[in-house]
Ligand binder design. Sequence first.
Ligand code: CP
Ligand code: NVA
Length: 310
Amino acid sequence: MPHFIDIADFSKEALLHMLAEAKRRKAARAGQPKGAVDTDAPLTGRALAMVFEKPSTRTRISFDMAMRQLGGSTMVLNAGDMQLGRGESIEDTARVLGRMVDMVMARVHGHDKIEALAEFAGIPVINGLTDLSHPCQIMADLQTLEEHKGALEGLTVAWVGDCANVTRSWIEAATLLGMCMKIGAPKEYQPEADVLAWAAEKGGDIVVTEDPAEAVKDADCVMTDTWISMHHKEEEKARRIAELMPYQVTPELMAKAKPDAIFMHCLPAHRGEEVAAEVIDGPQSVVFDEAENRLHAQKAVLLHCLGKLV
Ligand code: CP
Ligand code: NVA
């Protein structure tokens, strides 16, 4: 079953193939109304259910519009409104979804829930973010990076601040696609040992340091993410902000990367926390290209899952 659970499940060729499709579809739609269906309408008659245990703006809108533009239909299911919220098992929920829709995209807490959906639904399942990983975001990030920097192989990307789900999926992508990734974070906020061990075993060029200046040196792209992810506890907020403040992406830190470096952020952003307003709202920032590319990249993911990638 062609699921989309983690970047590490794919080969370099498969990732590049999906990115080429995203690029082709973006170019083909230039100037069209956003509600117009792509001329080939490859997912006509197909239905996607989107299950959300956590809030979402970009993931929800991009998958909904991607599916509509591909000719298919969607439904949004907030987990709290489903029997799932009253204790029905994920396995039974998966079996029911599999009887009535063609594909599921889910944003859940535990990664084991996505794995259970994939095991029991009998239809393709897409990971729309778990506490562990966020592979759909990385497809859009790769598309954005390629648009601004050309070929991905050989680029150096920097990650500064907290290392959570987006970071993990980025480590996987950098490793598979031959990019150097330099991570600057305090010890407690660095990536888990298992993903670093996986990257090392695959020959990845992942550098981890506590020095943010060292991380961004010579980088083609500087990235960060919120310091308080949806799976973090509210009571940790003050401590996390205090400890991560030296890792804010400021104009001074950006100036240590390559002069033409771009700034990326998956959003939502917190100006004055992980990034200074002058950076995210400044000329090096491509965060809204990145947000738009969720739409185009997600189309390639949907087509992959339904065996429609040409
Ligand atoms: N970047 C991202 O996944 O955004 P949402 O949480 O708004 O979906
Ligand atoms: N790390 C963030 C990403 C949001 C898209 C979170 O999990 O909240």
